[in-house]
Ligand binder design. Structure first.
Ligand code: HEC
Ligand code: HEC
Length: 321
């Protein structure tokens, strides 16, 4: 008996030490880097004015909120309070500056980074910088075409963004859960816009990525197969607002009492584009009004959401704490 207890003791000590060593390793190693995965697919984007317009509109909905310095109106990066759970986070300078921004990067390098999360130097972009795995080639290339434009927000600005200080959770998750994503080996096209349900799904999963906020948690996202994410589109994801208070994302499945089952298309479009909910209250940050969304896009999203199975999941609207 004594012997067994002794072995058990040793075993526990080994496990505890092992876990401690792993934690120490993660803390020192930080966010992993993947120099061997760095690739430049060698694409040079040849856009036109339609692509520029498309890219500007998409970037306004997708990139500006995180990368804009609100004081200067230029995309040199800023502090991001919404991801405080992962440490002190700053977004990057994505202006055309050749040293501090992305002016010296090739189209291919940027495309590769936006798809896989792996930067030209092998750094892995942490979970809070979205990866655009399911966006169509046309839409993603439009964004990059816009990044090369003379939009004043992109003016070369020699200003180093503050370096993020990821905490243990961020380092841990990037070791065990969030990994570089595969660069697609085939062309990605968007569904036909006349197929509302399919196009709505494309917006939700690929173009704007509503699903990432509107499922159960950032920690359990299934990036390759969004539909298999726990609590897909049923809300409840705890997201800190600008003051660090928790706002839970809304249930967008067509459940009558806890989702949008009783909403009309008009009500949905108004909530999405202008932030006004049917009960007269407004959507709070981080749900920003998608005023640049076309009416028909908002309607396509509604058609898709209506096609989902209703999930009963009451969401707390009061702030926490
Ligand atoms: C939710 C916030 C968020 C959104 C949305 C976002 N980014 Fe980022 N991005 C970040 C953060 C944070 C980093 C810096 C990560 C780090 O290294 O700490 C980053 C890094 C980058 C980098 C790497 C730059 C460098 O020098 O390291 C590029 C390029 C970039 N983002 C482009 C984009 C583009 C283009 C879009 C829109 C399609 C976009 N980002 C949307 C937060 C965001
Ligand atoms: C950055 C995270 C985030 C993204 C991205 C996001 N949402 Fe939201 N959304 C939220 C949060 C959080 C709320 C709850 C706001 C509140 O309680 O005031 C919300 C609320 C809503 C509501 C109100 C529903 C209700 O019952 O109150 C609608 C509609 C909505 N979102 C649709 C969308 C659609 C469609 C997209 C994609 C085009 C999207 N959201 C993208 C976080 C997000």
């Amino acid at each position: 008996m004594k012997k067994i207890l002794k072995y058990l003791g040793i075993l526990i000590a080994i496990v505890v030490l092992g876990a401690g060593a792993f934690a120490l390793y993660i803390n020192i190693d930080g966010i992993p880097t993947y120099p061997k995965l760095v690739k430049d697919p060698g694409i040079t984007i040849k856009g036109d004015s339609a692509m520029l317009e498309n890219g500007e509109r998409l970037a306004s909905m997708l990139c500006v909120q995180c990368h804009l310095n609100r004081e200067t109106g230029v995309l040199t990066g800023q502090y991001m309070p919404d991801v405080a759970q992962f440490g002190k986070t700053y977004s990057a300078n994505i202006t055309q500056d050749k040293t501090y921004g992305i002016g010296a990067r090739t189209d291919g390098e940027i495309l590769y980074l936006l798809r896989t999360g792996v930067k030209w130097n092998g750094d892995y972009l942490p979970p809070w910088m979205p990866k655009f795995v399911h966006m169509s080639d046309y839409d993603l290339q439009s964004v990059i075409w816009w990044l090369r434009s003379d939009d004043p927000r992109l003016k070369a600005t020699p200003e180093a963004a503050t370096k993020s200080q990821p905490n243990f959770l961020a380092k841990f998750l990037t070791h065990v859960a969030f990994k570089p994503l595969p660069y697609p080996d085939h062309e990605i096209t968007a569904p036909d816009t006349s197929d509302h349900v399919a196009y709505g799904k494309y917006i939700v999963q690929g173009k704007i990525e509503c699903w990432a906020c509107h499922s159960a948690s950032f920690k359990t996202l299934n990036i390759m197969e969004p539909g298999k994410t726990p609590g897909y589109m049923a809300g409840g994801n705890p997201i800190p607002n600008e003051e660090g208070k928790i706002i839970y994302s809304a249930n967008l499945t067509p459940d009558d009492s806890t989702g949008i089952g009783k909403w009309t298309e008009e009500e949905f479009v108004k909530a999405l584009r202008f932030g006004m909910r049917p009960d007269g209250t407004t959507n709070r940050y981080p749900m920003v009004p998608y005023s640049r969304m076309y009416d028909w896009e908002a309607r396509a999203i509604f058609a898709y959401l209506k096609s989902l199975p209703p999930v009963h999941n009451p969401i707390q609207r009061t702030m926490n704490p």
